[in-house]
Design a protein around this ligand. Structure first.
Ligand code: 6PG
Length: 244
């Protein structure tokens, strides 16, 4: 596992983008699974403001790690946020955008999206293996849309699952642990002091954290796991134990 700690959110976005560009430069095309929530919003704005021309966006096929079970026009939709902050500002071929249909029946959509992944993403040992899978982490230690109260969903045989937000009861489609850990490269993007406790627990007490938090169970078979964090999210990590 690698940890990169940036001074601020701009440098965080810059570090992630430089890392992504290196991987992209080594291949003809790339499958990229986006996470939802607010952290990626600033990354998409950063791409639209600083990287419209130096990245060959046509090489990338876009997927999601999870989606809220709402229509694509709903303000809760991860697709809507991505469209407004990225796709409306950088030309991406429509055929390279593989949206999760939040408006569909959740159980049926989990099955449909699993079939999309099987068809569109290179498989390793029969499991779709994203070139890059972006993840966020909630203050409760959830990732994608697998929450601590449904930790059992992580180990399902399915490629996609239906998770439920513990506070709102909102249903969500999420990649399962099987699909997440099959990715070639997994990158957490975590920012803000509110995440610092969980970051410390998950990175410094991984074994106990794995019994409680889905984010602690991210352990790609490839071994390629990298945490991109700002200083606020990393502030409780043992001083000097990670490269700044
Ligand atoms: C979502 C996410 C979720 C998110 C975390 C962190 O759909 O909300 O995929 O897992 O990554 O909740 O969200 P923030 O970036 O908003 O803190």
């Amino acid at each position: 596992m690698e940890i990169k700690i940036a001074q601020d959110i701009f440098s965080l976005n810059q570090a992630f983008t430089d890392w992504m560009k290196t991987i992209l430069s080594q291949q003809e095309e790339m499958t990229l699974a986006l996470s939802g929530g607010s952290t990626p919003k600033s990354l998409f704005d950063y791409w639209a403001e600083h990287h419209t021309t130096d990245i060959d966006w046509k090489k990338i096929k876009f997927f999601w790690s999870d989606e809220r079970c709402v229509p694509p026009t709903d303000n809760e939709s991860n697709y809507k946020m991505t469209k407004e902050h990225l796709f409306d500002r950088i030309a991406i071929p429509e055929e390279h955008i593989f949206r999760i249909y939040g408006e569909n029946d959740p159980e049926r959509e989990a099955k449909r999206y699993a079939e999309v992944l099987q068809r569109e993403v290179r498989t390793v040992k029969g499991i779709p293996s994203f070139d890059i899978l972006m993840l966020g982490m909630g203050e409760d230690g959830h990732t994608a849309s697998i929450f601590p109260h449904q930790l059992y969903l992580w180990d399902t045989e399915e490629l996609c699952v239906v998770g439920i937000h513990p506070q709102t009861g909102q249903k969500r489609i999420s990649l399962s642990g099987k699909t997440i850990n099959a990715a070639q490269n997994v990158a957490f993007l975590v920012a803000g002091e509110a995440k610092a406790d969980k970051v410390k627990e998950i990175i410094e007490s991984k074994e106990t954290a794995q019994k409680r938090y889905p984010a602690a169970k991210v352990c790609p078979t490839s071994g390629n796991l990298i945490w991109f964090m700002d200083r606020e999210a990393a502030k409780k990590l043992a001083a000097g134990s990670y490269s700044f």
